[in-house]
Ligand binder design. Structure first.
Ligand code: BES
Ligand code: ZN
Ligand code: ZN
Length: 473
């Protein structure tokens, strides 16, 4: 689907977002008509299509409810419904009329058009073709750029979704790294990929241990974007990149097993965010890291009870081979601090089932040591319509992660508080760097469709991280 800015006056299918309290002059008569059939009053969630058979035109209306253009989430949902309606009415080209709308709303509409049109059809031999081929947005000339920016952001979300939906038999750590190299060239950021020998020479024994059971060795993917070389600070982003999590010898079972290709979704989020940050040419320096690795079983896989090292030099007893994400992340964190000299870190990943249980797919808990980073993240997420909430790093739980015969253990044997202990384990490697950790095991993968996100990889967090990095300029 193609999205452009321009005049919609000659198009036969046009859509309008309707605020029930402020019905636009030029389509008053259409709304009146819609009302007469009791089909439409502009309430949130309402849509209707009116055909004018004599002029061969179709007008689509979507209600955004009270609060109108100030509620961007209502706008997103209305746009998603418009796209669905246009598709079902077999409209090929749709014009969306947004004259008089503020910049941010025009951007949100553009983003949502792209996000709502996403389908994952890569492996279908005969995919059903979508009807809607192009969307034109007409807005005030000073908001033309909002359409271009919104398109870039929507495409970045779709890039993340594609990476997550790609099956792990195809997307090994090596393939993921190759894909990031391509994206770096297309979008304008530098990519450096370190293979197993480099990983060994960095002393990343924790990452190495996780990858030992797989014939597909790990890759450390480093993405660098320098939007302001004068600035001496660098925003650090780290995404969990487990391309498949079998649980290792603590083997998983049941339905969840099938979806474990998505255990690299945090990595997908930071990769998607980097694409947009670079294409939007934000005046900020960002270094993003994904330690891509497969957690499998084999005769040489790491085992429960093993004591392994780490790049920071701390020893770790593996209490569960299924608590692998934190092992990969702590080496990525040490690398980010020691070799890339990042000023702050936000990491994101599918870390614990515990985080999923709290809020399901609706939001993600955030834990960490920095009030400043948290505030920026909270604002960034609010603007993106993505829900984050802070959970304290409970000091009293820290002792659970200390070992008897090793410095640390990778999981507490207690069954409760799993999300907090995972974050406390990571905090042992953070060395005072301002840091927040997003445990997004809930929203990064959807079992059913959401308003502007089809089931599967959601691309959740991409827009939050774009906003977050942009707020550092
Ligand atoms: N990748 C999983 C977490 C997960 C579970 C993500 C369900 C998405 C859906 C992670 O590596 C894991 O297995 N975590 C364990 C940790 C436990 C062994 C301490 C968990 O949460 O059960
Ligand atoms: Zn696991
Ligand atoms: Zn995992």
């Amino acid at each position: 689907m193609e999205l452009k800015w321009g005049s919609v006056s000659l198009l036969s299918a046009k859509a309008y977002l309707i605020d029930p309290l402020k019905q636009e002059e030029q389509i008053k008569s259409i709304i009146q008509l819609a009302k007469e059939f009791e089909a439409f009053s502009g309430k949130k969630g309402e849509v209707c299509a009116i055909h004018d058979y004599s002029n061969k035109t179709t007008t689509l209306l979507a209600g955004i409810g009270d609060g109108g253009m100030t509620n961007s989430e209502n706008v997103r949902r209305a746009v998603a419904k418009l796209i669905q309606l246009a598709e079902s009415k077999k409209i090929k080209t749709l014009g969306i009329y947004l004259k008089g709308c503020p910049y941010e709303i025009v951007q949100v509409v553009a983003e949502t058009v792209v996000m709502s049109s996403y389908r994952y059809i890569e492996y279908l031999s005969n995919p059903v073709e979508s009807n809607l081929k192009s969307v034109l947005i007409e807005s005030d000339p000073e908001t033309e750029i909002a359409v271009l920016e919104g398109r870039i952001i929507g495409q970045a979300v779709c890039t993340a979704r594609n990476l997550v939906n790609e099956p792990s038999n195809v997307q090994t750590p090596e393939k993921l790294a190759d894909e990031v190299c391509k994206l770096g060239k297309e979008c304008g950021f530098e990519v450096e990929v370190y293979g197993p020998k480099d990983i060994h020479s960095f002393g990343m024994a924790a990452l190495e241990a996780v990858g030992k059971g797989s014939p597909n060795p790990p890759r450390l993917i480093v993405m660098r974007y320098k939007g302001d070389p004068e600035l001496d600070s660098t925003v650090g982003l780290i995404g969990k990149g487990v391309t498949f999590d079998s649980g290792g010898l603590n083997l998983k079972s049941g339905q969840r097993f099938i979806t474990m290709k998505h255990d690299m979704a945090g990595g997908g989020t930071v990769i998607g965010a980097m694409c947009a940050i670079a294409r939007l040419k934000r005046r900020v320096n960002v270094t993003a890291i994904v330690a891509a690795v497969e957690n499998l079983i084999s005769g040489i896989a790491y085992k429960p009870g093993d004591i392994i090292g780490s790049m920071a030099g701390k020893t770790i007893q593996v209490n569960s081979t299924d608590a692998e994400g934190r092992l990969t992340l702590v080496d990525a964190i040490t690398y980010a601090i020691q070799k890339e000299h990042v000023s702050s870190i936000v990491d994101i990943g599918t870390l614990t089932g515990a985080a999923r249980k709290i809020m399901g797919e609706f939001g993600a808990p955030v834990l960490g040591n920095s009030e400043k980073v948290w505030k920026k993240l909270e604002i960034a997420a609010e603007r993106a319509g993505e829900l984050v909430f802070r959970i304290p790093l409970v000091e009293d739980a820290r002792s659970k992660m200390k070992g008897d015969v090793s410095d640390l253990v990778n999981t507490s044997l207690a069954e409760t508080g799993g999300m907090v202990t995972a974050a406390l384990f990571m905090d042992e490697f953070i060395d005072g760097t301002p840091w927040m950790h997003i445990d997004a095991a809930g929203p990064l993968w959807l079992d059913k469709d959401m308003p502007y996100t089809p089931k599967g990889g959601s691309g959740w967090g991409v827009r939050t991280l774009i906003n977050y990095a942009s707020s550092m300029q």
